[in-house]
Write a protein that binds this ligand. Structure first.
Ligand SMILES: CC(C)(COP(=O)(O)OP(=O)(O)OC[C@H]1O[C@@H](n2cnc3c(N)ncnc32)[C@H](O)[C@@H]1OP(=O)(O)O)[C@@H](O)C(=O)NCCC(=O)NCCS
Length: 284
């Protein structure tokens, strides 16, 4: 077999990227890939063989930590080194940019693939979905304002582990009505972002100061009301006990588990006790 050529992913590759990720039912939309490209224009990769896109991988960099995701190779070409070639290209690119830690959420079947490349185990992440019910929102929660974003990104950094201002800016622009913030006497307590599509809503990032479970509930029920959907899904760390309790109450179903892994230094680990919903499995 001729070797696949690993190159930058362009806007023209997005349909091919979706055709590949649809094979695994990952649910990526065009808007998702456009957002990933906008956040890291030179950090998303495609593997091409005989003029056809046969593999995809994205990276999103915050400070000196990057998240890697949407890693997939055409089923008939797996086990031939294409996945490793894309990972090598991505890790070379990130190292050259000064990234010291790379994280990802691995599907359980892919853990050995990442371990061979030097990734180490951190903790499990669980994806849930279900009908949110209607509980009504609360007055302490309000839509985000552009003037909040700088302080919000600094506050979020304490839990996420790095400053993701660029992502928060983009989400405030894309989904202003479902990007909500909770404050008490002017101090940030938490925030939530809903990304509605049809009758369903993907939730995250969703970050709340530990010990403030009522704030998490208020944010959740208010965003569900604002989104007007009958189905929601999100992924969060199994290390957040208050979150596990909340999904039990909601009677949500577990869709699958992934394992958060790290390569390089252990910096920018964040605090899972404050994380209720990831910004996305592929971007942390
Ligand atoms: C995971 C995936 C991207 C790997 O790509 P690939 O092109 O098949 O992998 P490669 O051929 O480059 O394999 C590199 C090495 O990892 C090993 N490997 C690959 N997949 C493996 C697996 N599932 N279990 C154990 N080892 C695996 C290979 O044997 C090879 O080992 P070697 O270097 O000792 O020869 C690909 O199998 C895939 O698309 N899977 C379905 C989607 C998926 O689960 N993606 C991961 C999301 S987190």
């Amino acid at each position: 077999m001729e070797a696949a050529n690993v190159r930058r992913l362009t806007d023209r590759d997005i349909d091919a990227a979706i055709a590949l990720t649809d094979l695994e039912h990952w649910g990526y939309t065009r808007a998702d890939f456009r957002r990933l490209r906008a956040l890291s224009p030179d950090g998303c990769f495609a593997a091409e063989l005989n003029g056809r896109v046969v593999g995809v991988l994205t990276t999103t960099t915050y400070d000196a930590v990057a998240w890697l995701g949407a890693v997939i190779v055409s089923p008939e070409l797996r086990g031939k080194g294409i996945g490793k070639a894309m990972m090598d290209a991505a890790l070379d690119h990130l190292r050259a940019k000064g990234v010291r830690s790379v994280r990802l959420n691995a599907y359980l079947n892919a853990i050995p693939f990442y371990e061979r490349l030097g990734f180490r185990r951190e903790y499990e992440v669980i994806r849930w979905h279900g009908p949110p019910g209607t509980r009504g929102g609360l007055g302490t929660v309000r839509p985000v304002r552009l003037g909040d974003l700088e302080a919000l990104a600094r506050w979020d950094q304490g839990y996420f582990g790095a400053n993701r201002r660029a992502l928060l800016d983009r989400l405030a622009d894309e989904v202003p009505a479902t990007f909500l913030i909770a404050e008490r006497r002017g101090a940030i307590q938490g925030f939530i972002v809903g990304n509605p599509s049809g009758d369903a809503c993907e939730i995250g990032p969703w970050v709340v100061a530990p010990g403030r479970e009522t704030v998490s509930r208020d944010l959740f029920h208010t965003v569900v009301l604002a989104a007007g959907v009958s189905e929601v899904a999100f992924s969060g760390p199994s290390a957040n006990n208050a979150l596990l309790e909340f999904v039990r109450e909601l009677r949500f179903s577990e869709v699958f588990r992934a394992l958060r892994m790290v390569w390089g230094t252990d910096e920018f680990a964040g605090d899972p006790a404050g994380i209720w919903g990831l910004g996305g499995l592929e971007k942390g």
